[in-house]
Design a protein around this ligand. Structure first.
Ligand code: ATP
Ligand code: MG
Length: 429
């Protein structure tokens, strides 16, 4: 195929054989979030570039080098959203959803775009499910976010493969004090730092903490600890969160180096990580961002949220072989009809059956074909039963009912009794 007809590198098609797993994942999450009282919000995929610069921060990886930014025909600078929080805050402010201090528990799902180096678990178009909670400032809601993800891991059968890492960044004041101490310490060892970290020393020094460079890591061993700089308010908040996680029986490890990539976090930050996916091990990450709404021009409004990467979680389900068998079967019954008269009768009959059994997954053979070829297709469809309508059956107003997976004998069922019969043998979704 010519180059122009290929998908863009790092932007993947999700093929029909993969969509059942995606839909299973998405519907499991959606049901769970309904049950916890979260409401879905849908934002556009494109926003003014300014929105991301102001919210994510000018000196983050995302804004510095990962955004898909372009001018539209009016000369406005637009950007394909690299994450969901900024647009969600924009929408909440624009529509007054948090006016008067009203709490909101929201979630969204959709594609995000970052110009990164594509590799397993890292793509240029990827998908997130995100949650954002506004105007609830206690550790109880931080705990709820973590508890419900823990429940999700349980539903998906991947609990044993993920680990919760937790840290507190404090308020912006205490973080500021810590930053000063950290920079002072790092400047004293600047000759041992890698180039990236040296650059970050002036732009975003906390990011030095999550360096992958071994020499810099060695320098960090004796660096000042964020925990020693936490203000009382943040400390109490963090203790409250830990107490709730303990009460709920959710294991976690404190990772003092967890700082997160975005500028806007405060107090709680957390990541769910797995060692089953190689380098791209973070499947879900988030934290509190109490200053963000104000920074974006709103009234003081607290916020806390997280986003999970759908591709990584799908990869994890596949790696751990936690793909439920039944999700790939998309047909209950396959109808084979032979000859024009039988085809007409089959169509009318199946529409009647669909009226009575709206959830029945009934596929009618298309394109005619011999007995042998239709049967082969019936089998390949994964259906549990085949229905067979030829001239003989038509004359008697019956249809052949044949179990395809070895559950009993073939029999003839009267047209009017078909829906009732199918209702007894096909589990209705
Ligand atoms: P990473 O450190 O892996 O780059 P991040 O800190 O940039 O992640 P967030 O912005 O917090 O990621 O996004 C939340 C989640 O979205 C991540 O934990 C990950 O599961 C997923 N994610 C982020 N970037 C990508 C990507 N390029 N491809 C696939 N999934 C991604
Ligand atoms: Mg990243």
């Amino acid at each position: 195929m010519s180059k122009s007809l290929q998908a863009i590198r790092g932007m993947n098609d999700i093929l029909p054989e993969q969509t059942p797993l995606w839909r299973y994942f998405e519907s499991t999450v959606a049901r769970l979030l309904d049950n916890y009282g979260y409401k879905q919000i849908r934002m556009p995929i494109v926003e003014f570039t300014e929105l991301f610069k102001r919210s994510i921060g000018e000196v983050t990886d995302i804004v510095e080098k990962e955004m898909y930014t372009f001018e539209d025909r009016n000369g406005d600078s637009l950007t394909l959203r690299p994450e969901g929080t900024a647009a969600c805050v924009r929408a909440v402010l624009e529509h007054g959803l948090t006016g008067g201090g009203q709490p909101q528990k929201l979630w969204y799902i959709g594609p995000m775009f970052r110009h990164e180096r594509p590799q397993k678990g890292r793509y240029r178009q990827f998908h997130q499910i995100g949650l954002e909670v506004f105007n609830l400032d206690g550790p109880d809601i931080d705990a709820e976010l973590i508890v419900l993800t823990w429940r999700l891991w349980g539903l998906l059968g991947i609990r044993d493969a993920v680990k919760l890492e937790l840290n507190s960044l404090g308020t912006s004041e205490s973080r500021g004090r810590y930053r000063v101490a950290l920079v002072e310490y790092l400047l004293a060892h600047v000759d041992k730092l890698d180039e990236d970290s040296r650059r970050r020393l002036t732009t975003n020094p906390l990011r030095v903490l999550d360096t992958k460079n071994a020499d810099t890591q060695a320098v960090l061993v004796d660096a000042p600890k964020m925990a020693d700089y936490l203000d009382d308010e943040s400390r109490i908040h963090f203790e409250g969160l830990k107490a709730r996680l303990d009460a709920a029986g959710i294991p976690y490890v404190i990772n003092p180096k967890l700082v997160r990539g975005l500028d806007y976090y405060s107090k709680t930050v957390f990541e769910w990580v797995t060692d089953k996916l190689g380098a791209q091990g973070t499947v879900c990450a988030g934290g509190r961002y109490d200053g963000l709404v104000e920074q974006m021009g709103g009234k003081p409004t607290t916020g806390v949220g997280f986003a999970m990467g759908i591709e990584r979680l799908i990869l994890l389900l596949e790696t751990l072989e936690q793909v439920p068998e039944e999700i790939s079967r998309q047909v209950d019954v396959y109808l084979c009809a032979f000859g024009e008269a039988a085809e007409l009768a089959a169509l009318a009959l199946s529409e009647k059956v669909r009226d009575q059994l709206p959830n029945l997954r009934l596929q009618i053979n298309a394109g005619a074909g011999s007995f042998k070829s239709q049967f082969k297709k019936a089998d390949k469809s994964g259906a549990l039963y085949a229905l067979i309508l030829g001239d003989d059956e038509l004359a008697q107003q019956v249809i052949g009912f044949k179990p395809l997976r070895g559950q009993g004998e073939q029999q003839n069922i009267a047209f009017d009794a078909l829906a009732a019969h199918l209702a007894t043998c096909v589990v209705q979704g």
